[in-house]
Design a protein around this ligand. Structure first.
Ligand SMILES: Cc1cc2nc3c(=O)[nH]c(=O)nc-3n(C[C@H](O)[C@H](O)[C@H](O)COP(=O)(O)O)c2cc1C
Length: 209
């Protein structure tokens, strides 16, 4: 399967990149074609809300000329898109948020019967690291992702929050077996599985078909 991962942290070797790296290793070992996009290295301007993209539902058709279009095209060509971000001020990193806003150009007629999306039917997942725990912290971020999946007509297929990552660039290797490939998920306030076992998500018929 073709899987695009979006590294939404500025840090190439930070906490988010470390957890994403573990997941990517497993996916590659399973024979999947994984391509990571390091968003911080890309030029992505903020959506202007001009609405020009709405005039052509079959194309991205954004008036801005930067890297967003090629990233969105790669997402359209993928079977699965894994979004990742550090929690920043109870939300997504700016790098990821810029791309999320530009995905406005993929959708037409939101909230109407003829709602369409160039990502319709894709599987999308979210992986977030944060300094705090889940509660009173990142609930809103994960709720937003649910709504984003609905907006994109994509299937939200997995979510993972790894908390208590307060030391920059030092994701402890001890957390790895808790994240992957554990067939179980320990109850822990620092690693929060939401909805499903992330490892299970990557089994046939779940995140991956
Ligand atoms: C500007 C800034 C804002 C942050 N806001 C939050 C937050 O709202 N909630 C949280 O749990 N952690 C927050 N953190 C901590 C980071 O999310 C956490 O350390 C994360 O694992 C960093 O990932 P990275 O190494 O990939 O950058 C913040 C860190 C910074 C620098």
């Amino acid at each position: 399967m073709k899987i695009t991962t979006l590294l939404g942290s500025a840090k190439k070797k930070g906490n988010t990149a470390a957890v994403l790296g573990w997941v990517e290793e497993e996916l590659k070992a399973q024979g999947h074609d994984v391509e990571q996009i390091y968003l911080h290295s890309k030029s992505i301007k903020g959506c202007m809300g001009c609405g020009k993209c709405r005039e052509n539902p079959d194309e991205i058709a954004c008036v801005q000329d930067d890297d967003a279009e090629s990233i969105l095209k790669q997402m359209i060509k993928s079977d699965v898109v894994l979004y990742t971000s550090p929690a920043y001020f109870w939300g997504f990193s700016a790098q990821l948020k810029l791309l999320i806003d530009r995905s406005f150009s993929l959708v037409t007629n939101y909230h109407q019967p003829d709602h369409t999306s160039l990502l319709k039917g894709k599987r999308i997942g979210l992986l977030v690291t944060g300094g705090g725990t889940y509660e009173n912290n990142v609930e809103g971020l994960f709720t937003a992702f649910d709504r984003i999946a609905g907006f994109l007509l994509a299937e939200k297929s997995g979510e993972l929050f790894v908390g208590e990552c307060s030391t920059p660039d030092k994701m402890p290797e001890e957390k790895r077996p808790w994240i992957w490939p554990a067939p179980w998920w320990p109850e822990s306030k620092s690693i929060r599985r939401i909805d499903q076992d992330f490892a299970q998500l990557l089994q046939p018929g779940r995140l991956l078909k």
